[in-house]
Design a binder for this molecule. Structure first.
Ligand code: NAP
Length: 526
């Protein structure tokens, strides 16, 4: 960059009275936040803190603990490349094992001193004069940071259905993410609303315990057999003593999953082959033709997330389970009333209704230059450059940002790509004496135009379904990466300063308490 140097206080931005300054603040301690922290530490950077709203690490794998909760991507791939776990007990691990893995990583990589538990970010505002982020926690604590990394995840805010009368319901009601483990299902009439990735995992667990279970299905999902099994002791021995064997398994899984992109994006017609397998699965598991018809989707497979399960369909064939596909009209204190007037008595409602995926950040939490709320910058739908940086939000990096989600492979691979990109950014900023970067609006726009052009032909838009992948206001797909994950890795391999407006570093640091040159604190070229 040939932007002129300005005299600007950076190396030691004075903190607001009574608050602390750190170089890098990471929000969240799930896979994303932990990966960022581990890589920072490994690169010799120790001036960072992980702000975690809860009292433990783990992100979605701490928050979701419903019965049956497990990963639908093989664990050998759904784990950090730099921290293989030879001890996975199953091909698809359950939530407690994944959560324990993340706790283990926090210990193994020495992250505990950097962890600030019970630190819920209420607001992060870019301070133009100080060229830093001013952070305020829910309990009023404040700190400032030069760089803000969001590892807040896209699926952390539960979504509840808007159904008339829901507030009047007198029984037990909870979301899959807020499971009430103390509730005794024995003899109870349980209603489950939703048939997504979460519901298909907990319904088989609840059905045998409940007196009766009504499953309210709005749209049936496509479900494939789950190739799950125990990892044998011999395999675990091999993985422990000959680590390349686990690497081989990981590589094999990676390429098998990558091949699915051919159907999702390259030629949706190929999905017909996958659909045949799913049809055979339901044929085998649901003998009743009428029930089978109700459970068979009418849209192209892949349009919504393809689910995998071996116990969901059998659970629905139980005598104490009804699949209700008539719409819900209203809820009464002790019943759900359907659109056709049928009243179904209910003791407990479980919402398997998903998350605010296209609106992951609440209003008022991230404020960029000129106090602009990120939600206003995203009026036409969330967007970022490489899913990581957002124009008008200097030194703000998102891990699992817009259009980084996957329908076919491991999010951990995407997370590691983004973390490497952010590390490269920090290294190039240091080498180029750059204090802050702000992605150029035209770079972000061109990138997103290209993305949307590719997404328009993909099965998620062309497959004839509605899904949370698409922004409800614009119909644009703001959540998924439309291609192979190695293409994303390649796109994020190098941080190009030329894509960004830059704010140069000042040569001599300002001691805390010194005056700052507010007028000089402008990102060059902005
Ligand atoms: P989801 O996939 O968004 O499913 C929500 C379900 O609720 C859908 O069946 C939806 O029906 C239904 N629904 C929503 N609002 C409704 C309403 N007003 N009335 C009736 N039905 C309504 O949510 P999820 O199952 O919690 O999964 C969310 C995501 O979490 C997944 O896609 C996945 O990315 C992740 N997840 C991953 C795993 C894993 O193993 N890795 C496990 C669980 C979850 P429609 O289809 O008609 O909209």
């Amino acid at each position: 960059m040939n932007a002129p140097r300005v005299d600007f206080p950076i190396d030691s931005v004075p903190a607001a009275a009574g608050s602390e300054h750190i170089d890098i603040a990471i929000v969240g301690s799930g896979f994303a936040g932990l990966a960022m922290a581990i890589r920072l530490k490994q690169s010799g950077q120790h001036d960072f803190a992980i702000l975690e709203k809860a009292d433990a690490v783990g992100g979605t794998w701490r928050d979701n603990h419903y019965p049956g909760c497990a990963c639908d991507v093989q664990s050998h791939l759904y784990s950090f490349s730099f921290a293989p776990n030879p001890g996975w007990s199953r091909m698809f691990s359950t939530q407690p094992e994944i959560r324990a893995y993340l706790e283990h990583c926090a210990d193994r990589f020495g992250l505990r001193p950097h962890l600030r538990l019970s630190h819920e970010l209420r607001r992060a505002a870019w301070d133009e004069a100080g060229a830093c982020w001013r952070l305020e926690m829910a309990d009023g604590r404040r700190l400032s940071a030069r760089v803000l990394v969001s590892g807040m995840g896209g699926l952390s805010r539960p979504a509840y259905p808007r159904i008339p009368g829901l507030d009047s319901f007198a029984g037990e009601a909870f979301h899959s993410q807020h499971w009430n483990h103390g509730y005794d299902f024995r003899g109870k009439r349980v209603a489950v609303i939703g048939t997504g990735a979460s519901a298909i995992q907990f319904v088989p667990q609840v059905a045998p315990r409940a007196g009766h279970l009504d499953l309210y299905q709005r749209t049936p999902p496509w479900i494939m057999p789950k190739p799950d099994r125990r990892v044998t002791a011999a395999e675990r021995w091999l993985f422990r003593h000959l680590p390349f064997t686990q690497k081989l398994v990981r590589t094999g899984i990676y390429w098998a999953l990558e091949s699915r992109v051919l159907g999702f994006v390259v030629h949706p017609g190929l999905m017909k082959l996958v659909e045949r397998v799913a049809r055979r699965h339901i044929q085998r598991q649901v003998p009743d033709a009428a029930l089978r018809a109700r459970l068979t989707p009418d849209y192209t497979i892949g349009c919504k997330r393809v689910l995998i399960s071996n116990d969901y369909y059998p659970a629905l064939t139980r005598a104490n389970v009804d699949v209700v596909s008539t719409g819900i009209a209203r809820v009464e204190p002790d019943a759900i009333v359907l659109a056709d007037g049928t009243r179904r008595e209910t003791d407990c409602i479980i919402f398997g209704t998903g998350f605010h995926a296209t609106d992951p950040i609440p209003r008022g939490v991230i404020l960029g230059r000129d106090g602009v709320d990120i939600l206003d910058a995203w009026r036409d739908g969330a967007q970022a450059y490489l899913g990581t940086t957002v124009a008008g939000f200097p030194n703000f990096f998102m891990v699992v940002g817009p259009n980084t989600g996957l329908g076919h492979s491991s999010m951990v691979f995407m997370i590691e790509s983004q973390v490497a990109y952010i590390l490269d950014a920090l290294q190039r900023m240091r080498a180029g004496h750059v204090h802050a970067v702000d992605v150029r609006a035209e770079v972000q726009r061109d990138f997103n135009d290209g993305l949307q052009a590719r997404l328009g032909h993909a099965v998620w838009s062309a497959g004839g379904c509605a899904s949370w992948y698409l922004d409800p206001r614009t119909g644009r797909n703001t959540t998924l990466w439309p291609g192979f994950t190695w293409q994303f890795r390649r796109a994020t391999a190098t941080f190009r300063l030329a894509d960004y407006h830059t704010l140069p570093q000042r040569r001599s640091a300002v001691r805390p308490g010194e005056e700052r040159h507010a007028g000089a604190a402008q990102v060059q070229g902005a």
